[in-house]
Each structure stands twice: as structure tokens, then as C-alpha cells.
Design a protein around this ligand. Sequence first.
Ligand code: TTP
Ligand code: MN
Ligand code: MN
Ligand code: MN
Length: 371
Amino acid sequence: PEASTPTAVVSVSQYACQRRTTTENNNKTFTDAFEVLAERYELNEIEGPCLAFRRAASVLKSLPWAVRSLGATQDLPCLGEHTKSVMEEILQNGRSFEVERILSDERFQTLKLFTSVFGVGPKTADKWYRRGLRSFNDVLADSSIQLNRMQQSGFLHYEDISRAVSKAEARALRNIIDKAVHAITPDAVLALTGGFRRGKEFGHDVDFIVTTPEPGEEETLIPKVINRLTKQGILLYTEYQASTFDMSKLPCHRFEAMDHFAKCFLILRLEGSQVEGGLHIAEGDSRGWRAVRVDLVAPPMDRYAFALLGWTGSRQFERDLRRYARMERQMLLDNHALYDKTKKELLAATTEKDIFAHLGLEYIEPWQRNA
Ligand code: TTP
Ligand code: MN
Ligand code: MN
Ligand code: MN
């Protein structure tokens, strides 16, 4: 209805960390289209336009109203020529021909298929495509291809791990991890993070932060958890990365998607009997269990707030927090710390609220970070 379009438009910030974005998206037709365009540029390693479409999508996701005309977007930030022409197409025809062309493109379809396998990135996917491979059967039948351990389990558990994880499954996994860390150390701290902390109903994995107040003890926590899960016979895949974190090397001046904390990327076997309401699996599947991707990260306790903020996401929210810190506050933010370049000092924080306060930002709740 026209009434949902505001008359006095409150100005929308160009930074996602100054917007409140819930999981309710009133502009999904546009943002789905932008995501396809962003992915096309990403697969071709063209960074600028990729980011531009992600930023535009993020702005539209934050709106409490649906865009019904191009005129309604004139005061919105981050919408360029290309973005607006796609929106115009969608407003007029209900769809974008550019997006449809991409979706029917053989290279795009194949790269999307290959990168949907755990352990297969854009480089590998492109290599397989250029070799003439078009399907999983092509890949698996090619004797000159050596799959690494991660890719092998990616194919082995493909159906399960490409199926969304439900909130109830995330809760069941939380119980399993909670029992494990507390058996190891009674004062362990466990926090659900990632998309589920943002209130999403479904995720592609479940992310947890684990730590302990005893300095240094957090470094051995994950190996001990892995040990325990192995003994329980529920560990289907483990990729462990020991900590390379060094407080004396802070701050890191370059943007790093990956942090230096001890972490692991797992595939766990989740029993249906442990999930309230049952497993989120295909109808007719009677195995009684499913494979689920789980990430654990173990920062030292004094880095907890930074790690929690960094791992809660969304990726776009994180990007803009860092960009805001750099551009508007002359500060460097990452998963480890916040550095004030003017004062030349690291700023302490025990909660996420402390970090927002240091940045001079209004606090944004986790469920408002779905940028
Ligand atoms: P993801 O689990 O990839 O994404 P998500 O939980 O937001 O969404 P999904 O439901 O699809 O799982 O990452 C969660 C956050 O963790 C994301 O903001 C990026 C951050 N992250 C790091 O900071 N460092 C890392 O090494 C990894 C793997 C993720
Ligand atoms: Mn996640
Ligand atoms: Mn994850
Ligand atoms: Mn570094």
C-alpha cells in the first residue's frame, strides 16, 4: 500500500553499522537480483561492482518499507546507475533480463554448483570448469583430479551440509558443545554466534565462541573438545587451526577476513533424538541423523568482545563497522582489537557495547545486524 511509503524520509546512513536491519526483508525481489549480480562479479574477481551491489542490497534490506517506484529511492545512499537500472527493470517487468541471462549462463551455473561443495573455492571451480567439467560426476570421474580431505568430505556429506540447519538443530548442537566444554573446564564460556545469534531461522552452519577465564587455557580448549567429540563418535570431519594470535603484533593494518585465534571447522553427526521436533532433513529420509557444519573459535578472554562482535556478522555489517572506524574515527577494528590511530593506543572492551561506545555509535542489537 502507498501508505507504507514514508513522506518524511529519515536519512539512511551509507554505513550498515548505523542502520537497524532485521531478518525481515521488504525488498527481496531487488536484493535477490543484486545478490546474483554480486556473485557474477565475485566469480569473475571484479571487486568494485561486486561490493557496490552488496552495499545496495544491504541498504534496501534495512528499509521498513517496500520500494514501489524509483522516485522513492532518490534519498537512499549506495544506489548507483547500474543498480537503479536493474531496479527500474524489475519495477516495470517484475524481473531483470540481465539477472536472467546470468542465471542461465553455463559458466555461472557450473561455478555456483562447484563452489557449493565444502572446500571448493572460486579458483578450484574455475580450474575444473576450464578443464571442461560440468557436473559432480564429471569431477568425480576425472582421475587427474586430486580432491583434498576437505573436498572429499564436502562431496561425501554434500546433501546434508547443503541443506539448511534449523534453530532447533542449532540448539541441540549448543547442548552438545556446552557439555563438552564444561566437562573440560567448569568455568568455560560458550556463546552462540553467527547467523543464529542474529535471530535467523536457518543457517548454513552453527558458529560458537568458546573460551575460559584462565589466560592461555583457551588455546588447548578446542583440541580437548575435538578429542571428546571423537570419543563420542560424532566427529565426521575436523579442520583445526592453532592460534597464531600475538598481542604484541597488534594492530593488524591490513584487512583480514580470517583472524588469528585458535579455531576449527567441523562436520558433526547430529542424532534426531537430540533435536526437539526432529531433524530438518528430506522427507522419506529415515537415517535418524544428519551431518551439520559447525565452527568453533577460541579467543583469549580479554579479546572476547571483539571476537563476538566479529563472528556475529553479518559480513556486510562487519565490513561497514571497519570502514566506519577507519573513515570516520581514524580507528582500526578487527576480530582482535580496536586501535585509536590518533591516541596511538589499543582500546579495551569487555562487551560489544563498549566497542560501539568507543566508536561513537549507537548500540545495534545482534538481531538488527542482518545487513
Ligand atoms: P558464517 O558462518 O560464514 O556466516 P553467517 O553465520 O553469518 O551465516 P550462515 O547462516 O550462512 O552461516 O560467518 C559468521 C561470521 O563469522 C561472519 O560475520 C564472518 C565471521 N568469520 C570471521 O570473522 N572469521 C573467520 O575465520 C570466519 C570463517 C568467519
Ligand atoms: Mn554461520
Ligand atoms: Mn561459520
Ligand atoms: Mn595479522
